[in-house]
Design a protein around this ligand. Structure first.
Ligand code: EPU
Length: 343
């Protein structure tokens, strides 16, 4: 049986901790409940929003429709041999819990993605990535329930069309499927550990771990957790949704001009004639880092992260984001795109 509630506060269901009300709200723990929900008139006659842990969304107003919170759980081994293991995780599993499960078993592949907030089902939508690894590198397939027919469909990694913080689930498949599970391919031995990221190397070194010789799945996970705890707010204490903007990709010529003017500007890798640059740096240069306006502000350790110190509204956070976007655009001629979903 599914239970659709009316006028539910979303305050406990979004990591920005903003208060907004959903006209209708429903929790889903099994795939068959989704199939049942699809038959209901409330589902068929209302706008819908699918929620995981609510760690990548900003509610700027009440949601006049049906919020569907996916809580499908379970982690199972699909296939394994001496070298590799394939695991399937329910969309409602907390992402970091899955990572810790893998780290504990010494299954390699997800350790760089430790402590990322959110659920397993949300992870492929924005192709979560950190410290040199993206989930696309580990995905075997993503299972989705057709939002019209209830049929289950499996998408392989190519069909997901992954790019930096992008996938088909944000575009042609948007709203058409509920992600119900994700299958990941991991290593059981001869792990391909990624210690390229400077902060990981520095942290390992601090702990006397030789990055090339002695690093393990566990030491890398521990290092990432340490780095994230130092740089990013704990959403149990301060509301936030991680990076608010994406790192922008701009034409190489524009990047060269900017670097001529600002020699300290960090550049990421080039993609064809384009170069990815650091949004955090651009925002910091505009003087926003650590700024507080009443109950909201810009995180003092990472300018890409907006925070709600308590009682801030979605509208206020959105207004701050737009002010940041405008000052960055005026100073550098770079238009930032939000990474967080704005509703
Ligand atoms: N920087 C600044 N000032 C800042 C922040 C960053 O100058 O306030 C510059 C510094 O040069 C720093 C460089 O940017 O060395 C990189 O900073 P960081 O390692 O924090 O990475 P990022 O590019 O700002 C991205 C992801 C993060 C992810 C980190 C680590 C995006 C939008 N964000 O941030 O992901 O944890 O890399 O890989 O790509 C998230 O998506 O919510 C998130 C936290």
């Amino acid at each position: 049986m599914i239970n659709i509630e009316k006028n539910v506060s979303l305050l406990p269901y979004n990591s920005f901790s903003v208060d907004a009300v959903a006209g209708y709200f429903c929790k889903i723990t099994e795939v068959h409940q989704l199939q049942e929900l699809i038959q209901s008139s409330i589902y068929q006659n209302n706008p819908r929003y699918i929620l995981g842990e609510g760690s990548n969304v900003l509610f700027t107003k009440d949601f006049q429709g049906l919020v569907i919170k996916i809580e499908i759980k379970g982690i199972e081994i699909v296939q394994e041999n001496e070298e590799r293991i394939m695991i399937k995780a329910g969309a409602g599993e907390p992402w970091h819990g899955l990572v810790l499960h893998c780290v504990m078993n010494d299954w390699g592949g997800l350790e760089n993605l430790s402590l990322i907030p959110g659920t397993v089902g949300a992870a492929p939508i924005q192709n979560i990535g950190a410290y040199g690894v993206e989930i696309k590198d580990r995905i075997e397939n993503v299972e989705g329930v057709d939002a019209l027919t209830g049929e289950v469909h499996s998408f392989n990694s190519v069909e997901c069309r992954f790019e930096y913080r992008e996938s088909a689930f944000k575009h042609e498949l948007k709203g058409k499927y509920f992600i119900s599970s994700v299958t990941l391919s991991l290593t059981k031995k001869n792990h391909l550990l990624n210690t390229d990221y400077g902060a990981i190397r520095d942290t390992l070194q601090e702990q006397n771990v030789n990055a090339l010789r002695d690093a393990t799945v566990k030491t890398i996970s521990d290092a990432v957790i340490r780095i994230r705890r130092l740089k990013l707010p704990d959403t149990a204490v301060v509301g936030s949704a991680g990076s608010f903007f994406k790192n922008p990709t701009i034409p190489r010529k524009h990047a060269e001009l900017l670097q001529h003017e600002y020699p300290s500007m960090p550049l990421y890798h080039a993609v064809n004639q384009n170069v990815k640059i650091s949004a955090g740096w651009l925002i910091e240069q505009c003087g926003w880092k650590g700024k507080r306006i009443n109950n909201i502000g810009v995180h003092p350790h990472q300018a890409l992260v907006l925070v709600n110190y308590g009682g801030g509204t979605g509208k206020e956070i959105f207004q701050l984001a737009m002010n940041i976007r405008d000052t960055v655009n005026n100073k550098f001629g770079v238009l930032l795109e939000t990474e967080v979903n704005i509703l």
